[in-house]
Design a protein. Structure first.
Length: 384
């Protein structure tokens, strides 16, 4: 387990106290295929985050006095909306959680990814089913939500619950990505004002970066703020992996052929990772240093984003966990990571820190332009 985190203990104490051990969590998922529309939760950073936090909460619970039974319910997409490997992964998580965490499939979790999940119409069925479930769940409870319009519904529901039975519902707005004083992600355009309202309405705001804490300090009125910076705990057995020998052999072959291996395991369509800029830089560098670019394309967007006339050798590789961990733990794989981790933190960054991966990222203290990116990539290749 990672170094003991006092914020895990704080979350545990809220659940055991205010919720008498009962928690319902509505998460946000983003990793879906643009071709099949199915979620692949095996390579979704949001799943890594919730699993890591909840299993560490369970471990904390098992170490202490058990005055209440811990019961964590996590709402997820239906079986028809997930890949088969997702279902297998969820079963392993439930086994790891020793009966204290249960996944709930039949709530009408919207397909279509974050744009739908972050919309009012997209969450109508989910909110309706959540209402029916919470009405039947007796006693005190903690409701943890991530999608904004689930949050507005839950905060309204909390008022009626608490008028009938004082403090019967406590709410936690888990907000791992938001505006900060220096960044305004375009994908939050329609909900950034909702984030500010929820930061004030919830009983506890849970964020992932200190920049978020500073940003929301202007909008909350004294409610509890938890800096939950654990986005993955790679030491958990659920994240163990078996080395992909075929992938390892391929890396050996590329190296023997004098090629530098660049590994891009992120969504090509996510502007934060700047795939188009990375690709352009690598195409320029390729004339001096032979490069092979391995990419995973976990949401099936390569056909729209990779030009057919690229001078690079581009190879699509599996996005499964064994292949992914094999690559990030191999120092010969150079990983371009140009997201702004001070404002938007991802589980993959923490995984790569854990495995001491060969990451190329912005110099400490800020972002850079394409020229700066080019220099950093050349330096990494020359030193590999």
């Amino acid at each position: 387990m990672l170094e003991y985190n006092e914020n895990i203990l704080l979350l545990h104490n809220i659940i055991m106290g205010a919720g008498q051990g009962k928690v319902v969590h509505v998460p946000m998922f983003s990793m879906r295929s643009y071709e099949t529309n199915k979620y692949d939760l095996t390579c979704d950073g949001n799943m890594n985050r919730l699993v890591s936090v909840w299993i560490n909460v369970i471990k904390t619970y098992l170490r202490g006095p058990k005055t209440e039974k811990l019961d964590i319910r996590v709402i997820i997409p239906s079986l028809d909306d997930m890949t088969p490997q997702s279902v297998d992964f969820l079963k392993k998580i439930e086994d790891e959680a020793e009966g204290y965490l249960t996944f709930m499939y039949e709530f009408g979790y919207p397909s279509g990814g974050p744009k739908v999940i972050r919309s009012l119409n997209g969450t109508l069925e989910l909110n309706h089913n959540l209402d029916k479930f919470l009405q039947k769940l007796e006693g005190k409870k903690v409701v943890v939500y991530e999608p904004e319009y689930v949050g507005t519904f839950v905060e309204g529901l909390k008022k009626s619950f608490n008028e009938y039975d004082y403090r019967s519902m406590t709410t936690v707005f888990w907000c791992p990505v938001s505006d900060t004083e220096s960044t305004k992600p375009s994908f939050l355009e329609n909900v950034r004002y909702v984030d500010r309202e929820l930061a004030n309405a919830c009983d506890c705001l849970m964020v992932a970066t200190s920049n978020q804490v500073k940003y929301f300090s202007s909008y909350n009125t004294g409610n509890l703020v938890i800096l939950m910076d654990m986005l993955i705990d790679p030491s958990l057995s659920i994240f163990s992996f078996k080395e992909d020998k075929e992938m390892k052999d391929s890396i050996d072959k590329y190296e023997a052929d004098g090629k530098h291996v660049i590994y891009f395991p992120f969504r090509l369509s996510d502007p934060g990772y700047r795939f188009k800029d990375v690709l352009k830089c690598l195409e320029d560098i390729n004339s001096l240093y032979p490069i092979v670019l391995l990419y995973t394309d976990p949401n099936d967007t390569a056909k729209d984003l990779i030009p057919k006339d690229s001078n690079l050798e581009l190879v699509k590789v599996s996005s499964n966990r064994d292949t992914y961990y094999t690559c990030i733990s191999d120092k010969r794989c150079i990983i371009p990571y140009f997201e702004d981790v001070a404002d938007i933190m991802h589980a993959s960054w923490q995984e790569m820190e854990f495995y001491k991966s060969s990451v190329v990222s912005w110099d400490l203290g800020g972002l850079g332009d394409e020229k700066h990116m080019h220099r950093l990539l050349v330096d990494a290749i020359e030193n590999s």
